[in-house]
Structure formats: structure tokens, C-alpha cells
Design a protein around this ligand. Structure first.
Ligand SMILES: [Zn+2]
Length: 141
């Protein structure tokens, strides 16, 4: 299971680099975007060196909160820039785990107490809604 997750993590990081490269075919990448391509390759290469504890924690969050995990992953990938430039996959996953914890804490419906559901779109800060009472919210950063 842990092995499957590391393989998936590598693939996702790889495709994040590819996404930039494909974007670069339409309009030239900025220097910052070029640095981000390198970052994603560096992260992909350092997945195997990441501590099992961090990976297992990520796996646990993925199992418990699949929707928040998906949203958290997209958000953290989109945040990679000169302002957030993790040096290793361990650093990236550590930030991802912290961010998902933050989302879990912040996404109880203030009206009825149910867990809010994220809208899986590339929004930062992410937007949530309650399936029970229809409450809609933007997560506080
Ligand atoms: Zn509600």
C-alpha cells in the first residue's frame, strides 16, 4: 500500500512538471516557472528518500479524507513557486499533511456541525459547502 502511494506520488509530481512543459509550448515559461519544473523533478527524485512515517501519515489522511486530500494536493502543487519551494518530497508531503489537517479542522459546518465538502477546483483559498444544510464557505488561511 505504501509502495503504491509512493508510485502515485512520483507520477503526480512528474505530471506537474509535464503540465508546465506543455504550457511552455504555447507561451514561453517565466524563469520562476522554469524553476518550478526543476522543483517537481527534484521532488519526484527524492520520493524514495522520504521517511516512511511521513508517507504513512499521508496515506492515512488520503484514506480518511479522500476529498480533502485531493483538494490539498492540487492546492499545494499550485502553490509551488518562489514563495513555496520545497527542497525534497519529504518537505512537500510534510506541508501537504499539515495543510490537510488544517482543512479538516476548518471544515465543520458552523450551522449544523456536519463535515463540509470541498469543491474540487483549483481555488486558493478553497471553497466548501455543506451537503446537509446548504451552508457555503471559503476556508480561512
Ligand atoms: Zn450544515
Amino acid at each position: 500500500m505504501t509502495h503504491e502511494m509512493t508510485a502515485e506520488l512520483k507520477e503526480r509530481l512528474h505530471y506537474s512538471a509535464i503540465w508546465f512543459l506543455e504550457k511552455g509550448e504555447h507561451s514561453p515559461l517565466t524563469d520562476e516557472e522554469k524553476r518550478s519544473v526543476k522543483t517537481f523533478y527534484t521532488l519526484e527524485e527524492s520520493v524514495d528518500a522520504t521517511s516512511a512515517t511521513v508517507i504513512e501519515h499521508m496515506l492515512e489522511l488520503n484514506e480518511k479524507h479522500p476529498e480533502l486530500f485531493e483538494l490539498g494536493f492540487l492546492t499545494m502543487v499550485a502553490r509551488v513557486s518562489d514563495k513555496f519551494r520545497p527542497a525534497t518530497a519529504g518537505e512537500f508531503v510534510g506541508s501537504l499533511n499539515d495543510f490537510i489537517h488544517h482543512l479538516v479542522e476548518k471544515t465543520k459546518c458552523p450551522k449544523c456541525g456536519d463535515q463540509l465538502k470541498p469543491e474540487i477546483r483549483l481555488l486558493d483559498p478553497p471553497r466548501f459547502h455543506c451537503g446537509t444544510c446548504g451552508f457555503s464557505a471559503v476556508a480561512a488561511n
